[in-house]
Design a protein around this ligand. Structure first.
Ligand SMILES: [Cu+2]
Ligand SMILES: [Zn+2]
Length: 218
């Protein structure tokens, strides 16, 4: 697929430059051919940049939460699911995570999308917050904010529209990771450098890799 796109692009670029060298202008007899070629290239770029996994053109993704093996043992598990009906539509997210411990009273947990998905040595491999636009926390596309669980250690959030983030194109969440933190995200108001990097949300309780899924969980 990629090699086909590259080949068509090379032919297109070559044809354009040859046409210019020969003094052709785009309003001549071959302009419709060039237009067709341009549409074809745009289609191929679209397929390359905006993969879809559903005949409707939507993309679905899931992150299956696992405890951080480098953290004191926990039984945290569950999933964070995403749906985006098209590149121009808002990303939607739902959460269903259980196994939070209720000791020390109820408190909030910061949850974010992080840059890397190499979690073999624990959630530290997730690296910093995913920051494709080089902005400060809490303006990263995957800064989801703070969440609390109920008295049984269960965190459930129904499908809701997110203001930022996408599954499509070069800034896609797919292939990144999500980290669930031990503590509350100060949302940039901490008055120290960490606040503008990660919100001082503390240790990494659990994490997961965001991958394409067939649909949302029922
Ligand atoms: Cu985080
Ligand atoms: Zn952030």
């Amino acid at each position: 697929m990629h090699s086909q796109v590259v080949l068509v692009l090379l032919i297109f670029v070559g044809a354009c430059s040859a046409s210019r060298r020969l003094g052709h202008n785009y309003h001549g007899c071959c302009s419709s051919n060039m237009r067709n070629m341009e549409e074809k290239v745009n289609d191929l770029w679209g397929q390359l940049l905006f993969p879809v996994n559903h005949k409707s053109g939507a993309l679905y993704a899931v992150c299956n939460v696992r405890p951080n093996p480098t953290f004191p043992p926990s039984s945290i598990s569950g999933s964070i699911s995403f749906r985006q009906l098209s590149p121009s539509k808002h990303l939607e997210m739902m959460m269903d995570i259980q196994g939070f411990t209720c000791s020390g009273g109820p408190h909030l947990h910061g949850i974010h999308v992080h840059t890397y998905a190499d979690l073999k040595d624990g959630c530290e491999g997730a690296g910093p917050h995913f920051n494709p636009f080089n902005v400060s926390h809490p303006h990263h596309p995957g800064d989801f904010g703070n969440f609390h669980h109920d008295a049984t250690g269960h965190l459930v959030k129904p499908l809701r529209r997110l203001l930022k983030g996408t599954l499509f194109g070069p800034e896609s969440f797919i292939g990144r990771s999500i980290v669930i933190h031990e503590g509350e995200d100060d949302l940039g108001s901490g008055g120290n450098p960490g606040s503008l990097l990660h919100g001082n949300s503390g240790r990494r309780l659990a994490c997961c890799v965001i991958g394409i899924s067939a649909t949302l969980p029922s």
